[in-house]
Design a protein. Structure first.
Lengths: 172, 342
């Protein structure tokens, strides 16, 4: 079982980090969380480790997002306090460093509904239809419908933001 | 002829369909140019999405070695067990406190109805007197023997108990004690500070200002309120700096003949429970693993640390030590009875 997990770690670690990165938008944090996910898997020895890992990753990312909202609120309070002015949201700085190409996809992804986005990201992380269905509570038959819509909307949103680059990207 | 819906083509390309569904779609595609075109555009859309998402990759990924994760998981598992143990432990404290409260309540109501009051002789508080007291209890500790020069003095007083159980309700709580076998107590010796290997400090962390005192000094300060089990050599007395006008929190460490050190704690209820909670936090790991490996035997396992606490009004007494719970229970009942009589 542990050997299976080790193999899974080798094959899916990058996918889990990527999946988390697209939710927390902080590479270091995504890696920390991904390791946390595998540590928990080792401690729990789940029956279906691959699906389990992404389910836990999604939960951790959700908790992280909530914590980020709280931090942001706290920072807003700090900013109102002139003494605490030097404390500036670090995530904002990191985002600025992202190149335009990344930012445009990020924005396009943000136009999707949370459910469409989740399913698209799970698919991109390598989960199968039944695994996605099990994790999201969707019927297996509905996964294709959701993916069809999510893909169309992502590409449309991206091309709307970058009308000239859209064609280039299509062929890259 | 029915064309293939868009979502089915997505599912087909994503390999999300059953074998029979695939066969059906493939046979249709072979004969339908319109659906072939739809399939190609969906395949392009799919590739496009994948390409766009590929940009959203973290700049780097340095996977930790799997061995590191394994170690972290081991720590996590033991922490989980510790939390479980802590919860069980907290529940047992609550039960003990509830038991103590009930016992107090019963004893008090018995006292008020009986209205038989026999003056309890005041216990002299010199170490020798306490030692004599222990001798008087020797009927249930056959291993105890008078030792050294102290023995001669003890011999002369043996069989003359300094303190007899009062017949009134005040002593009710003491009644079951004699039925519970106490662990063999050490031969009565002088109650003085002696050099004994103390457990590592981490086992029993005390926060705040603590003073280690001599037995005489502690008695001067606390009088008869000093919590201890009569007849066991005192290893260490620690007194927390008290707030104005309050009896301080005291910890008396005593050693059993087996070498185990037990601690009796007396102080304001909130302070004692705080201290006990801290102790659980610093409980060593090996205790947990024992609990997990042989849950049914933990009660009898002498190596497992335990705690019994009893609330007396706004004060609380507690005994901690590596003893079976029934021994601790017997001790705390005895302690409670003794404290009560002072």
């Amino acid at each position: 079982m542990t050997d299976d997990l080790e193999q899974l770690y080798q094959t899916t670690y990058t996918a889990v980090v990527r999946f988390l990165y697209r939710k927390v938008w902080d590479a270091e944090r995504a890696e920390d969380l991904a390791q946390e996910v595998f540590v928990r898997a080792l401690a729990h020895q789940p029956e279906k480790p691959r699906a389990w890992i992404f389910a836990v990753a999604a939960n951790l990312a959700r908790d992280e997002a909530r914590a980020a909202v709280r931090r942001k609120r706290h920072l807003t309070l700090l900013k109102a306090d002139p003494v605490a002015q030097p404390t500036i949201e670090p995530a904002a700085d990191t985002l600025v460093e992202h190149d335009e190409r990344v930012a445009s996809v990020h924005e396009a992804l943000n136009t999707l509904t949370p459910r469409d986005r989740e399913i698209l990201l799970l698919w991109d992380a390598g989960l199968s239809y039944p695994e996605i269905a099990a994790q999201t509570g969707l019927a297996v038959g509905a996964v294709g419908t959701t993916l069809a819509r999510a893909r169309r909307r992502l590409v449309e949103a991206h091309d709307r933001q970058n009308p000239s680059k859209g064609i280039h990207a299509a062929h890259s | 002829m029915r064309h293939i819906p868009e979502d089915e083509l997505h599912a087909y390309l994503d390999q999300g369909l059953s074998r029979s569904q695939c066969v059906e779609i493939e046979s249709h595609l072979a004969a339908c140019a319109s659906c072939q075109g739809a399939r190609d555009s969906i395949a392009a859309l799919r590739d496009r999405t994948t390409a766009l998402l590929a940009r959203l990759a973290p700049p780097r990924a340095f996977p930790a070695s799997f061995e590191t994760l394994r170690r972290r998981a081991a720590v996590e598992v033991s922490a989980r067990r510790r939390r479980l143990h802590r919860a069980t432990w907290a529940a047992s404290i609550v039960a003990a406190v509830a038991f103590g409260w009930t016992a107090n309540h019963l004893a008090d109501s018995a006292a008020s109805t009986a209205r038989v009051t026999t003056p309890v002789p005041a216990l002299t508080s010199t170490p020798a007197a306490v030692a004599r007291q222990a001798v008087s209890n020797d009927s249930r500790s056959p291993t105890a023997e008078p030792a050294g020069s102290q023995g001669a003095e003890n011999d002369s007083t043996a069989g003359k108990p300094v303190r007899r159980p009062a017949p009134g309700g005040r002593r009710v709580a003491n009644a079951p004690v004699s039925q519970v076998a106490l662990p063999p107590v050490v031969a009565p010796t002088e109650l003085e500070l002696s050099a004994v290997d103390m457990p590592p400090a981490s086992e029993f962390e005390l926060d705040g200002m603590w003073r280690t005192m001599s037995w005489a000094g502690a008695q001067e300060e606390a009088g008869d309120k000093l919590p201890h089990i009569d007849g066991l050599p005192v290893v260490q007395v620690q007194v927390q700096a008290s707030r104005q006008g309050r009896q301080p929190l005291m910890v008396v460490a005593q050693q059993l003949s087996s070498g185990e050190v037990i601690r009796t704690i007396e102080g304001p209820a909130s302070d004692v429970s705080h201290l006990l909670a801290r102790r659980t936090m610093s409980d060593p790991d090996h205790t947990m693993s024992r609990v997990d490996s042989a849950p049914q035997r933990t009660e009898a396992h002498p190596g497992v640390g335990g705690t019994m606490a009893m609330q007396r009004g706004d004060r609380m007494i507690a005994i901690t030590g590596a003893l079976p719970p029934d021994s601790l229970l017997a001790m705390i009942r005895r302690l409670n009875a003794e404290m009560r009589s002072k």
